[in-house]
Design a protein around this ligand. Structure first.
Ligand code: F6P
Length: 319
């Protein structure tokens, strides 16, 4: 291979930059040129790209977001959105491509493989951690720690006022981020998309907690389970106590990557580039039981609820 492309797709995740840095530096050690596609799949359609060299990725280890930028580009699923991508690919003459992103990006990667016969390899990066072929995706650890820090702060004010707080955590339709935030902050309750809930029972348990002398109640709500505004309204209706809500939102996606995410991104970025240059493709790299493993891109678009249910049981055992 003489020339590969790299892009970051979907929602940004802290650690995308260290992954990109590892891809570029590994490729250059093999004297392979790297073209950075800006703005994800949309950039491939609009032909916005730059030559990346080892020095163009210097100083990005600690930077949040992605220096390549990213865009949602649902048009890539349509013939109108695909035609300009075909034009760009013809022009760029890439021998392979690294796609850094989540399940949506991997669907795009499969399309490149199938429709354009371009060898592609994926690096899992999403705060949702909803990719089956890896125990953990890049960005999850940073988002978890940001959310933990925020909930710890909210708890201080909740205790001072004796209030109930409903805190909404991201994760799209998957509850793992919320479940782990709840465990790590010792929250009183968690609502997850994978586990049916009953707000009457929840309100009853909160009353019992206050009766036992608790000074606050923290309810973590996964965005895929319910809106924080709905839960707040329903709890207020049932209990005569102060209830406030916090939606953590995109604060969970920003900030400097944690040490864990920097190392994970460097390992996956390096390994996946080595594999691509050796001719391996149509797979993503992941960390499984602390070893780097590959799995087919196709298998990485639907996750089971197993890990969330495991953490939901732990949460229940510890409240
Ligand atoms: O997939 C990452 C994620 O942050 C989800 O947790 C969330 O539902 C979604 O992206 C938000 O997307 P956007 O930034 O496009 O609003």
């Amino acid at each position: 291979m003489k020339r590969i492309g790299v892009l970051t797709g979907g929602g940004d995740a802290a650690g995308m930059n260290p992954a990109l840095r590892a891809v570029v530096r590994t490729a250059y050690q093999h004297k392979v040129e790297v073209i950075g596609i800006q703005k994800g799949w949309r950039g491939l359609a609009e032909d916005t790209h730059e030559l990346l060299t080892p020095s163009s990725v210097s100083g990005i280890m600690a930077r949040g977001g992605t220096i390549l930028r990213t865009f949602r580009y649902p048009e890539f699923a349509t013939p109108e959105g695909t035609a300009p991508v075909a034009r760009t690919l013809k022009k760029l003459k890439l021998d392979g491509m690294v796609v850094i992103g989540g399940d949506g990006s991997f669907r795009g990667a499969q399309k490149l493989e199938k429709e354009f016969k371009l060898p592609v390899i994926g690096i899992p990066a999403t705060i949702d951690n909803d990719i089956p072929g890896t125990d953990i995706s890049i960005g999850f650890d940073t988002a978890l720690n940001i959310a933990i820090d925020a909930v710890d702060k909210v708890r201080d004010t909740a205790t001072s006022h004796g209030r109930i707080f409903v805190i909404e955590v991201m994760g799209r339709n998957y509850g793992l981020l919320a479940a782990q935030v709840a465990i790590a902050t010792g929250a009183e309750e968690v609502l997850l998309p994978e586990v049916p809930f009953n707000l009457d029972n929840l309100a009853h348990r909160i009353t019992q907690g206050y009766d036992r002398g608790k000074q606050h109640a923290i309810i973590i709500v996964a965005e895929g389970a319910a809106k924080a505004s709905y839960v707040t309204f329903e709890i207020k209706e049932r209990l005569q106590r102060g209830v406030r809500m916090v939606v953590l939102g995109h604060i969970q996606r920003g900030g400097s990557p944690s040490g864990y995410d920097r190392i994970l991104a460097s390992r996956l970025g390096h390994h996946c580039t080595e594999l691509l240059l050796q001719g391996k493709h149509d797979v993503m790299v992941g960390l499984v039981a602390n070893k780097i493993k590959t799995s087919s891109l196709e298998k990485n678009t639907r996750i089971s609820a197993k890990a969330v249910l495991r953490d939901a049981r732990l949460m229940e055992a510890l409240v």
